[in-house]
Design a protein around this ligand. Sequence first.
Ligand SMILES: [Zn+2]
Ligand SMILES: [Zn+2]
Length: 257
Amino acid sequence: MRLASLGSGSKGNATLVQADDTLVLVDCGFTVKETLARLARRGLPADSLSAILVTHEHGDHVRGAGALARKTGCPVYSTFGTACAVRDKPAGFRNANWQEVRPGREFQVGALEVLPVLVPHDAREPCQYRFSWQGRTAGVLTDLGSITPHVVDAYGECDALVLECNHDRRMLEGGPYPVSLKRRVGGMLGHLSNDQAAALLRQTNVDRLQHLVLSHLSEQNNTTLLAQDAIEQVMTCGRERIGVASQTEGFDWLQIH
Ligand SMILES: [Zn+2]
Ligand SMILES: [Zn+2]
């Protein structure tokens, strides 16, 4: 199993998970044209996708999802709430092969076993995804405002983890956002701060992690160094095993052994 990203941040997110011939795109927060260009940069044609899995209806996750599913014919998976939230929008799944996922109920996409995990975020029915293949587990966990016991359970034993480090709390507080947006981002249904991400890792088996990728970093309210500093304190490995996903490039393939 391996993981890569086409880009991560508030302008668009798309993560790739592959096992055997199964290639899944988690979120499609870029236009179809942009997504196809970013796939092509990794040598992947549009028809190589087995499925698109959408986490929630925010534009940076769903922007091109419906259109890409229609264009490629591959199924698009989401919760019922997410599908309802985009029903009459261009990003919606009308005329696409939409499949409902239910948080907590595992399902199979080709070689991959997928667990949708309910998360606290300001969307209709947001979930994140955990993947299993031949005893190996990879987690994608972004867009949540707080850590729940359920999230710790689901992501506590991962071999690879793509984890949100959205903001540094002090930068957010002192930064340029209007007060209402600061409250939203820093609130229980907003985004994980560096400190919250570190607190989550403290409750997980970090010795098992072959790869940790910090993702969904805010360009306004965070820096790569601040995120790395916060996370490094709770990791037993060195900084070289902690990757950072960028908005423009995402991150290159990481192989899980
Ligand atoms: Zn997001
Ligand atoms: Zn979101």
